[in-house]
Design a protein around this ligand. Structure first.
Ligand SMILES: [Zn+2]
Length: 115
């Protein structure tokens, strides 16, 4: 499915093809605080339309995941990372996509805290 997404203030905008049938939440120290629902897609399915210059990057722990958030409104709408096989992936914050019925999603909780 194709979606439009953005941060809160609209400086960061993107469109993405992503499958929302298996979204996740995560209990790691970062995701637990943030409370986002994530869905993953290969980077070629993700197009940042605007806002690259507004993005601030945050990395922690193994520093493998580039958490990108808007420096104006603070919203993190996506993150970039490589899958174990090296494929460049984008983790989209499903809550930042337009036209998604959040209540209909059944996210699987990933135990990121133990990794
Ligand atoms: Zn913003």
């Amino acid at each position: 499915m194709h979606y439009e997404g953005s941060c809160h203030c609209g400086e960061v905008r993107f469109n993405v093809d992503v499958d929302l049938s298996r979204p996740i939440t995560c209990n790691c120290s970062y995701c637990q605080r943030r409370g986002s629902i994530l869905a993953f897609t290969p980077e070629e399915n993700f197009e940042l339309e605007q806002g690259e210059d507004k993005l601030t990057e945050y990395r922690f722990n193994t520093r493998q995941i580039a958490h990108s958030f808007c420096s104006v409104c603070g919203m993190q709408s996506f993150a970039r990372a490589a899958a174990p096989d090296g494929t460049k992936m984008v983790a989209v914050n499903v809550r930042c996509l337009e036209g998604v019925d959040i209540e209909s999603l059944k996210p699987t909780q990933v135990d990121g805290r133990s990794r």
